[in-house]
Design a protein around this ligand. Structure first.
Ligand code: ATP
Ligand code: MG
Length: 346
């Protein structure tokens, strides 16, 4: 989450400026670094030059620009993965839904996109040693379809306290694209105040598609979507949290054979989302899941099921058992004990 900055943390920045930042909720280096100067001006009323200066200084402390591949690997070791509820699904995702990047779920109506969001809202709250992210969840609901009742049902089916789970899910209804843009801009503050580890936007471009109609508006629409995705990616990186987006499919024109659908949102979406997952309806309550154009995940097709307990394996297994592979802490404490013993011998 980062520490609360005090006067002197940013060299050459007056304490009155720090106070203004605090008042606007920009209390950590991470929050200042990910908030564009223009927004800092809007939030605090400080001059543009000062805003550029504090943003640049904060950015340099958080991210020095180029890093060695060794450091990058070290950073990626802090990356966490949230279990999905299905072991097969976890497997094709390389262990689960990663922090620090955007994962996109694409599919037609009823394909299970929102069901995955519900399940992750519950599972992300589990401690890391149980395959969760150990934090709270923030949902931007653009369709008014995100129902607390379903979270209660999934939590209860999995034996968790539904009231506790519910209290750790913050839901904001976005009424139009401008509202959605504003909610995403506020995410750095929300993430830091509430220890958010999973951000869900369901759905990412519904409002944009509905409001920007016709060829003439396409460039503006794509530019706005790109801006929102950029903000989301920065939040994912700065707070090491998972961002999950849902997206509809649209019909490909002139498609004579094969799958007639493609993800909506064009190159802007394709570029910003590290992992894109395609969902299709299968027989009964099953859904076919396939990762598409991922930099390192296999494009294998698997099947999951949607049940009362949310997402689970095709055979109904909810995968609640403890996974010893995830227990990094025990390994760590063993190391310490060995070291202590060696010292004792000396
Ligand atoms: N309690 C439940 N138990 C079992 N299956 C459920 C339950 N609730 C929903 N489902 C299944 O999930 C489906 C809805 O999936 P979901 O809401 O995730 O679709 P979506 O991909 O978000 O669609 P849209 O694009 O319309 O938002 C239902 O048709 C039903 O098959
Ligand atoms: Mg939905």
């Amino acid at each position: 989450m980062g520490e609360v900055i005090e006067a002197g943390t940013l060299e050459g920045v007056a304490s009155t400026t720090i106070k203004k930042l605090h008042k606007a909720g920009l209390v950590t280096l991470e929050a200042i670094a990910v908030t564009p100067p223009r927004e800092i001006v809007e939030l605090t009323g400080m001059g543009v030059d000062t805003a550029i200066k504090v943003n640049t200084l904060a950015r340099l402390q958080v991210d020095p620009g180029f890093v060695s591949a060794t450091d990058l690997l070290e950073t990626r070791k802090h990356m966490m993965k949230c279990k999905t509820g299905s072991s097969e699904f976890d497997r094709i995702m390389g262990g689960g839904i990663e922090t620090g990047v955007i994962t996109e779920f694409i599919g037609e109506f009823g394909s299970g996109k929102t069901q995955i969001c519900y399940t992750l809202s519950v599972l992300a709250q589990r401690p890391t040693e149980e395959g969760g992210l150990g934090g709270r969840v923030c949902v931007i609901d653009t369709e008014g379809t995100f129902l607390p009742e379903r979270i209660v049902q999934i939590a209860e089916s999995r034996g968790y306290d539904p009231q506790e789970i519910l209290s750790n899910v913050l839901i904001a209804r976005a009424y139009n694209s401008d509202h959605q843009i504003m909610l995403v801009k506020n995410l750095p503050q929300v993430a830091q105040e509430h220890d958010i580890k999973l951000v869900i936007v369901d759905s990412m471009i519904g409002h944009f598609r509905g409001e920007y109609i016709g060829r003439g508006t396409l460039a503006e629409r794509q530019q706005k979507i790109g801006g929102v995705l950029g903000n989301l990616l920065r939040v994912a990186e700065a707070f090491n949290l998972s961002v999950v987006l849902t997206n509809q499919v649209q019909a490909k024109p002139d498609q004579a054979y094969g799958d007639p659908n493609k993800p909506a949102g064009g190159h802007v979406m394709a570029h910003a989302c590290t992992h894109r997952v395609y969902l299709r309806k299968g027989r009964q309550n099953t859904r076919l899941v396939q990762v598409i154009d991922s930099p390192y995940l296999p494009e294998e097709k698997i099947r999951i099921a949607v049940t009362e307990a949310g997402i689970c394996d095709e055979d109904g297994n909810t995968n609640m058992e403890y996974d010893p592979d995830m227990d990094y802490e025990e390994e760590f404490s063993l190391d310490i004990e060995e070291e202590v013993e060696e010292e004792d011998e000396e």
